[in-house]
Design a protein around this ligand. Structure first.
Ligand code: NCD
Length: 338
């Protein structure tokens, strides 16, 4: 695909070569995220960061990524304080904000809303999550992380075994990640969910039709066996009709040190898109794994900035100019990454 000026709405728009190109650019951003160099490649550009649903890391990391390339960020952070609460349509909001920005990141609770917004926008739009549907930039950073983690153990994505655990019905990150993994060969998926929260049938049949192995199970301990990666998810409470309904499933599948040690391979990578629900009745990923070397959750969040910088650099066509205006960081950074 041609990234220049493109909307990023779904992982389905990528071919393997696009992902490779993106990851190559992401790798080249390390001196900037590591605060060794400062770039002004996007000096004067404005990101419209439009979040109509709760977000911490997606919103902030997109903002940081844009800042690290020298651009400025303008944002809204919820529906209540935006004109959407006065009845403004997505069309009008898109026309207005795209007049103020060079690129927009948009998150909204409704499936398809970001596509609708993009159609009216005068500048490229990145889907920061449209309800339970898709979250393409998260899938890209997850895949980038998996690739790096497996490479460290001399393994590759083709033929990989991944267990996805939790609310796979409403979790947009697993919808996007599993579809992105379809670009690779012979992935083995073990989908561990309560039967009411299974991965949408359409995605499961697409995975099978593309030649991947899919096992759906409610037996977590058996399902954890023999995987390269285990990807935990939170029960997506906001997608249920009530908290009480979400409570039925909360805490059903948990990973802690004892369960991990008993069932996983010694090098199984532990991932989660975050936020993890650390309340006592949920706790799908226990704090007793915090010091475990295979816990990749904070490497995922760090990688998110690299991948999002790469997206901006390619969409706004400065990937080859990032170093031109760069200079060394002037402030104290010692020990920052320990
Ligand atoms: C996820 C999301 O918003 O879909 N969070 C994120 O963007 N990293 C996952 C979640 O909220 O559970």
């Amino acid at each position: 695909m041609d990234f220049r000026g493109a909307h990023i709405l779904s992982v389905k728009q990528f071919e393997k070569a696009d992902v490779d190109r993106l990851f190559q650019v992401a790798d080249s951003m390390e001196p900037y995220t590591n605060r060794v160099r400062i770039s002004k490649a996007l000096d004067g550009a404005i990101l419209g960061n439009m979040f109509f649903e709760p977000s911490t890391r997606t919103r902030v990391s997109f903002g940081c990524a844009f800042n690290l390339l020298g651009g400025q960020v303008r944002e809204t952070t919820d529906v209540k304080t935006s004109s959407i609460s006065k009845g403004e349509s997505l069309y009008d909001t898109a026309r207005v904000i795209s007049g103020y920005s060079d690129v927009i990141v948009m998150r909204h609770p409704k499936v398809g809303s970001v596509d609708e917004f993009a159609k009216a926008s005068r500048v490229p739009v990145i889907n920061g999550g449209d309800g339970p549907n898709e979250h393409p930039s998260q899938a890209l950073l997850d895949l980038y992380t998996i690739k790096k983690e497996l490479k460290a153990n001399n393994r590759s994505i083709d033929g990989m075994r991944i267990a996805m655990v939790g609310d796979l019905k409403h979790g947009r990150t697993v919808h996007s990640l599993s579809q992105l993994l379809m670009l690779y060969d012979k992935i083995n998926f073990t989908l561990i969910t309560p039967k009411e929260l299974r991965m949408p049938e359409k995605i499961v049949s697409e995975l099978k039709a593309a030649g991947h192995d899919v096992l759906e199970t409610e037996d977590m301990e058996a399902g954890l066996n023999d995987n390269d990666t285990v990807y935990l998810t939170r029960i997506q409470e906001e997608r249920f009709t009530s908290k009480l309904e979400a409570d039925i499933y909360r805490g059903r599948f948990r990973l802690n040190k004892a369960i991990y040690t008993r069932n996983c391979q010694p090098n199984t990578v532990i991932m989660h898109p975050l936020p993890r629900d650390s309340r006592e009745d949920a706790n799908e990923l226990d704090n007793d794994l915090n010091q475990h070397p295979n816990l990749a959750i904070f490497r995922q969040t760090d990688n998110g900035v690299l991948v999002r910088m790469a997206l901006f650099a390619l969409i706004l066509d400065v990937a080859d100019k990032v170093d031109d205006s760069a200079r060394d960081v002037g402030w104290y950074t010692e020990g920052r990454f320990s």
